[in-house]
Design a protein around this ligand. Sequence first.
Ligand code: DAH
Length: 356
Amino acid sequence: MIEELTDELRKVNEEAQRLIAAAKSVDELRVAESRLTGKQGSLGKLLGSIGKFPPEQRGAVGKEINQAKAAIVEQFAAARARLEQTADKAAATAAQTYDPTLPGPVVPRGSVHPVTAVQWEVEDILSRLGFVVVGGPEMETEYYNFEALNIPAMHPARDMQDTFWLDNGRLLRTHTSPCQVRAMERLSAPLRIISPGRCFRYETEDASHANTFFQLEGLMIDRNISIANLIAVMKLVLEQVFHRDVKVRLRPGFFPFVEPGFELDMSCAICGGSGCPTCKRSGWVEILPCGMVHPNVLRFGGIDSREYTGFAFGLGLTRLAMMKYGVRDIRALNAGDLRAIIRPERRNGRAIIAKD
Ligand code: DAH
């Protein structure tokens, strides 16, 4: 019986060694120790078995087991002390290697959206010519979006712009042109304003149409403003945006708020004019509808059309960004997974991507 006990105690001791060697932290050590000495553990079971020995042997057996237990507890305590010391050392070294003077980790800052980049650029160019930036609401009234622009209620021109009508009787502006009459009312003549912003159309989306896009409206009103002024300003803007001579052509275009009205096309910057899906294989892209402000619109804005004339244009900022940065599909610009990177400091530079 006693020999068997000695054998058992040796095994328990070996198990303790194994557990101590495997423990990597003070916590693991604590768990291992309580498992071994707990009622269900090998040592606990031995202690519980004292009653099975004949009464005259119980004293000796108990003593032996308790001695073994004390030795094991001691070994665990020593192991704990060792582990604590190593942990302290590691913490001390970590504290020493921390250098508060080093710069922190670099957090990627993102970049400016291509549409924002061209918007800023056009704003820069035109403000050098004396244009000021004014805003207008995205939720617009029917009056400013249509009526004051010489598009009365039953006029077929309303069909040119599929509109999101709202329950409150207003609409999501279909263009930035409503800013024209708002600006005339506020600033009167003479004036030079630009108004960039988001516009909405009830459109089926494809590579060149989106239900949400950006335009930049321009308006110049003064004495003796002519089509020559209009063409000069338009050409200057496009050449500065593209950093090169730009081929443009003027076609007659119908917009109720200008007379005469034009479509100003530029040679497609994506294919260089040879024809691609973006320019519908024509080599030209409609980029700048414009014209001489209709006298009715001047009247709506409270400006005397006998004294003043003016030109207006509605630059498609989204399309301009696509041309400038070689983005073939308008949906890429709204998708939020742009691979394009334009850093603010490079916003006047040539940049980026071709996203297919
Ligand atoms: N607002 C027009 C549109 O979105 C574009 C436009 C045409 C604006 C001629 C103008 C203009 O200022 O003169 O279709």
